[in-house]
Design a protein around this ligand. Sequence first.
Ligand SMILES: C[S@@+](CC[C@H](N)C(=O)[O-])C[C@H]1O[C@@H](n2cnc3c(N)ncnc32)[C@H](O)[C@@H]1O
Length: 407
Amino acid sequence: MAEGVTARATAVAILDGILGEGRMLSEFSGPDLAPADRARALRLAGSVLRHLEPADKLLERHLRKSPPLTVRNVLRLAVVEVAQGAPAHGVVNAAVDIVRSGKRTAHLAGLVNAVLRALTDVAPLPPQKLPRWMRQPMVHAYGRDAVTAIEAVQAAEPPLDLSLRAGFEAPEGEVLPTGSLRLATPGQVSGLPGYAAGGWWVQDAAAALPARLLGTQPGERVLDLCAAPGGKTLQMAAAGADVTAVDISGPRMARVEANLARTGLAAHLVVADALIWEPDAPFDAILLDAPCSATGTVRRHPDLPFVKDGSEVAGLVELQARLLDRALGWLKPGGRLVFATCSLLPDEGEGQLAAALARHPGLAVERVEMAGVEADWWTEAGGLRLRPDYWADRGGMDGFFMALIRA
Ligand SMILES: C[S@@+](CC[C@H](N)C(=O)[O-])C[C@H]1O[C@@H](n2cnc3c(N)ncnc32)[C@H](O)[C@@H]1O
């Protein structure tokens, strides 16, 4: 068998699940695989999703009719690997081996061999374009050039960002202007210096800013609403706040618990639907990191454009408004709230803020100085709009919207 067949065959199976059954990349556990093969399979599947349409365009010229999905995915993977500079010989041999070993695909091994032998010298592929439901509102909000720049950033595998605790050991990396540590080639996270001691946690540089915007002080009573898997809970607990973390998902809250245990930090954890739950006393500050389309995280979740179709957005916008209205009612007089979403859709950010201000005329939006935050990231209404094409030469950042609201 050709080298690297296990990881490649697994990548093809992952692509079959995503493109054939609408499964998410995060649903793949791969328990029977060696960690290195698992990581490689996920990386390969992600690379294909980041260049799927350009790869298909190239393949179309060499195919008279479209082969079954698995064979298409084998071809896509091979074309993307060759375009990224992998030696064609090994890639083609592995592709032929995978097709030959499948009962339903074996008869197409000759076709795969012939198509790929004609494609051994492929130029780098252009980035995958976002689907219309994401692209259109983004072009309207940010302009065509910005969306093209966002797509270019999303075509590359993102770096790994860590939030650091002062005085703890951390790996070598680039300290970003906002204070996060960026690792270009991280390897196994649990093997990095300082992991076991809980000196840091994985958190995109953009995702680290809502808690910074809220600026919790030691001893303040703070609510982290929609808290799991807990990056912001850890930040606020590390800042000395008395944090109550609420999330509807038990399994996701178990990850908050594990993160707190590893870092030795503490918070009160509540698994509850925030549309029903009531606190027993008001809070000094609330961070609402509301459920959203997650369109800002495509660079980390390249499967998202293929498994979502935008039909959930209207329901999410309504849920965000209901959560925000409830949370505002749980603030002490003069208390503050950060509303945040990892979305690039204005309806889940700028529009949500405008609608909240219209519903609650007494509220004020505040801008605060934060190291590394550039002046033109602030919107006219006082929100902070972060886009993946910011810091593009460093690997970008997740798309986010956040606003600090004073009651
Ligand atoms: C964007 S994620 C939160 C990420 C988290 N703040 C962090 O930094 O790790 C949104 C969360 O909202 C939770 N959620 C969705 N609907 C909810 C509800 N009605 N009540 C409470 N939590 C909810 C989801 O389970 C999910 O964990």
